[in-house]
Design a binder for this molecule. Structure first.
Ligand SMILES: CC(C)(COP(=O)(O)OP(=O)(O)OC[C@H]1O[C@@H](n2cnc3c(N)ncnc32)[C@H](O)[C@@H]1OP(=O)(O)O)[C@@H](O)C(=O)NCCC(=O)NCCS
Length: 172
């Protein structure tokens, strides 16, 4: 059973469910090169892509996307989904490079992890991270995810074909 999408808050961040009003901020973030190349979005990421994403979000039961607000500004995105409805969630996150290194991604990942286990009946929450993405690896470690192993040529990157990824997960 899936929890109801809601605002999640900690001292550092406020996670606001994605809505049509976030179009401009979402497009700005998705088109920042340091973000776009890591999160498998088409480049350029357009209004049409955003409309498709919002449409699929509205149709899906176990799919959550939040905009990350920090000190009153929207500066990132975090998402998670359980498309097979089997209590296994996988997600991603990205932060405006101007705000890297302030603990914002870690705060958001912790909030979502707690929401999934407490409100959504999650049994497993996982993320795939490229082995050279040291900042994201650190986020996983700080948030208590276990490194389960290297999956070779496992993830289909829009621009680079099949790439190696590390599997990180936390289980109930
Ligand atoms: C990965 C990302 C979300 C991290 O966001 P963030 O808000 O800076 O993350 P945090 O501040 O919570 O934590 C980052 C940690 O990585 C560390 N770090 C950053 N760059 C690093 C590097 N090159 N080598 C080792 N550690 C690094 C930071 O020092 C920090 O650890 P610390 O708190 O122990 O000092 C951000 O870099 C990003 O948006 N990258 C592009 C998109 C992306 O890669 N998304 C994840 C896809 S799996």
């Amino acid at each position: 059973m899936s929890g109801k999408v809601q605002v999640l808050e900690s001292g550092k961040v406020r996670l606001i469910p994605l809505a049509a009003e976030h179009e401009a901020e979402f497009l700005r973030l998705a088109n920042i090169p340091e973000i776009n190349q890591r999160v498998n979005k088409p480049f350029p990421y357009t209004l049409t892509h955003f409309a498709e994403q919002l449409g699929s979000l509205q149709k899906s039961k176990n799919y959550f996307v939040w905009m990350i607000e920090h000190e009153g500004s929207i500066i990132g995105v975090i998402n998670t989904a359980d498309p097979r409805d089997v209590h296994l969630f996988q997600g991603g996150y990205w932060i405006d490079p101007e705000h890297w290194g302030k603990g914002i991604a870690s705060a958001a990942v912790r909030l979502v992890k707690e929401f999934l286990f407490k409100e959504c009946g999650a049994v497993r929450v996982q993320a795939l991270v490229e082995p050279d993405n040291l900042a994201s690896i650190r986020v996983m470690e700080k948030c208590g995810y276990d490194r389960e192993g290297l999956l070779k040529k496992f993830y289909s990157s829009a621009s680079r074909g099949l790439v190696d990824v590390l599997m990180y997960a936390v289980v109930r």
